[in-house]
Write a protein that binds this ligand. Structure first.
Ligand SMILES: O=C(CO)[C@@H](O)[C@H](O)COP(=O)(O)O
Ligand SMILES: [Fe+2]
Length: 220
């Protein structure tokens, strides 16, 4: 949890690897006023900014992409940018996103389901992201079994367990995804586990009890 300290927001978690963070999804804001919306959630204590990039192919919706992220970065040079890449062939955008997020740190979270057979394999995508200086997240959709992550979980910094079908904000939290969080947490006590979709006051407890420590919240 972040609290104000000497005019800045400081994380109060003990100095172990796992820390609880709230990551507002900027998809829910007035995108025509993205910079001031971002500054306002950071001033209110948001730990990181969650940026939902959608390509209209991997998901049936489009949002914004790296040119917008690059413009936003100039206004929030100190913010950690948590890029949730809902895109097909995730390796193709690594260089562009690395360029647009340069600064205080960024994570490139790609969907396991989006990696195509004729691009790099999953380990190759992870390496590419690291080689470009970003942290790595891997995401799974509600219908993807947690076992699909077994070969990749040791390679990444974070796992995102989607709690709605990716593509739209404002959907209902799917509690039936919690056993996946529980299974990951029991195997990986120090892993950063993110949940995304329908999180708010009435659902955050279930997610935290299952072991999620990174909470994305858009419409809430
Ligand atoms: O990735 C996504 C949707 O695909 C999310 O990040 C949503 O934008 C979260 O919004 P709420 O469900 O909290 O309204
Ligand atoms: Fe997201």
């Amino acid at each position: 949890m972040a609290v104000p300290l000497n005019g800045q927001w400081q994380c109060q978690c003990p100095p172990h690897k796992r820390c609880c963070k709230i990551q507002p999804s900027m998809l829910a804001c007035d995108l025509a006023d993205l910079a001031s919306e971002a500054k306002s959630v950071l001033a209110a204590g948001a730990d990181e900014l969650h940026l939902d990039v959608m390509d209209g192919h991997f998901v049936p919706n489009m949002s914004f992409a790296h040119p917008v992220v690059a413009s936003l970065r100039k206004h929030v040079p100190d913010a950690y940018l948590d890029c949730h890449m809902m895109v097909s062939r995730p390796s193709q955008w690594v260089e562009a996103v690395a360029g647009s997020t340069k600064g205080a740190g960024a994570r490139y979270t790609f969907h396991l389901e989006a990696v195509e057979e004729d691009e790099l394999d999953v380990a190759g995508v992870v390496k590419l992201i690291r080689d470009h200086g970003m942290q790595v997240g891997v995401a799974i959709k509600p219908g993807t079994a947690v076992e699909a992550l077994s070969a990749v979980v040791a390679l990444v910094d974070m796992v995102l367990v989607m709690t709605v079908e990716p593509g739209f904000g404002g959907q209902k939290f799917m509690p039936n995804c919690m056993p996946k969080v529980l299974a990951l947490r029991s195997e990986h006590p120090d892993l950063d586990i993110q949940v995304d979709g329908g999180l708010g006051p009435s659902t955050i407890d279930a997610a935290a009890a299952a072991g999620a420590n990174l909470i994305v919240a858009g419409s809430t």
